[in-house]
Design a protein around this ligand. Structure first.
Ligand SMILES: [Fe+2]
Ligand SMILES: [Fe+2]
Length: 190
């Protein structure tokens, strides 16, 4: 038998989480008018971050399966509640019992996933945990594909770290240099 394309009962644990995310968005009772980002965008963003987390996990030799789960759930608070306020920490609090109740992840895996989710908004901080940094970078990587100015609403002292990250990530991925990012860092001050 070939690939199941998410049909049937043969989904593995990470695929089940990915299907849950899509279902949660498609069945959400919170309309776009009451959301800070649309259901459509969250579908695109969660999917995009998952695939880019795979790419970075393979490049960095990190656990791809756990990266997929953390990437898919990184904005779970926004998916479930529609708001961004403190959504990283609150998202980890949603993911933890959900992963525990699935019975498919060890405590160590749940901690790793929830660390990735809970810290993903701290792009201005550089932790010693490569998995946490992977989730921040995958999020950043996807968002900058929606436009160079996608993070312009951020405080300038924080914004420059988004630019620093995307410069490094693009280099790591072998993508052409986009001078707009380094030019903006110069304006914002190093
Ligand atoms: Fe986020
Ligand atoms: Fe995000």
């Amino acid at each position: 038998m070939g690939y199941h394309h998410f049909i049937g009962n043969g989904l593995n644990r990470s695929e089940k989480i990915q299907a849950w995310i899509v279902n949660e968005l498609l069945n959400s009772k919170i309309p776009n008018e009451k959301r800070e980002s649309s259901i459509q965008w969250e579908l695109k963003h969660s999917s995009g971050v998952i695939q880019l987390a795979r790419l970075l996990a393979q490049k960095r030799n990190l656990n791809e399966e756990l990266a997929v789960v953390a990437a898919g759930l990184h904005d779970v608070h926004v998916i479930v509640n529609g708001t961004y306020d403190n959504h990283a920490r609150l998202g980890a609090q949603i993911a933890k019992p959900m992963l525990e109740q699935s019975g498919q992840f060890s405590n160590g895996e749940i901690k790793q996933i929830c660390d990735g989710i809970g810290n993903h908004s701290d792009k201005h901080l550089y932790s010693s945990d490569p998995f946490v940094e992977l989730i921040k970078d995958a999020d950043c990587f996807d968002c900058f594909f929606y436009g160079d100015k996608v993070y312009d609403y951020k405080d300038p002292s924080v914004l420059k770290h988004y630019y620093k990250r995307i410069i490094k990530i693009r280099e790591e991925a072998g993508l052409p240099v986009k001078t707009c990012f380094s030019e903006r860092i110069k304006v914002l001050g190093d």
